[in-house]
Ligand binder design. Structure first.
Ligand code: AMP
Length: 111
């Protein structure tokens, strides 16, 4: 498992050191628009804790953090007007096409 690198771009966004277009935030998660959208709605949802990928998150996060994360995903989709139909994707590892090594899911849909 890759070690978490605190200099990744999503860690910088969480610390307020890099900008983002925030669409949702609570105690556990932050969601913001993908900088290179592949659909009319394309949001990234990230936990506030330090997890490299979905595998790391599933293995190490508390049950509370995992539940809060997935509840936030559906809440955000609703809030963005795509609650009736959306896709959730998470790339794990270089072989899975992961480019940013802070766990995130892509939520895409057409408004
Ligand atoms: P992946 O790790 O393959 O899921 O891809 C990372 C995603 O993060 C890509 O869709 C990028 O467009 C997106 N991304 C990278 N940097 C930023 C940023 N500063 N703000 C918003 N989205 C970003």
């Amino acid at each position: 498992m890759t070690v978490y690198d605190r200099n990744n771009i999503f860690a910088k966004i969480l610390r307020g050191e890099a900008p983002c277009t925030k669409v949702y935030e609570d105690e556990h998660v932050l969601a913001f628009n993908d900088i290179n959208p592949k659909a009319p709605v394309h949001v990234l949802v990230i936990p506030k804790g330090e997890y490299v990928s979905i595998v790391d998150f599933t293995a190490k996060a508390s049950a509370e953090a995992i539940a809060a994360f997935w509840r936030a995903v559906t809440k955000i989709a609703d809030q963005l007007g795509v609650g009736s139909g959306f896709r959730v994707v998470s790339n794990h590892g270089p072989n899975g096409g992961q480019l940013v090594f802070h766990f995130h899911v892509h939520v895409t849909g057409r408004r």
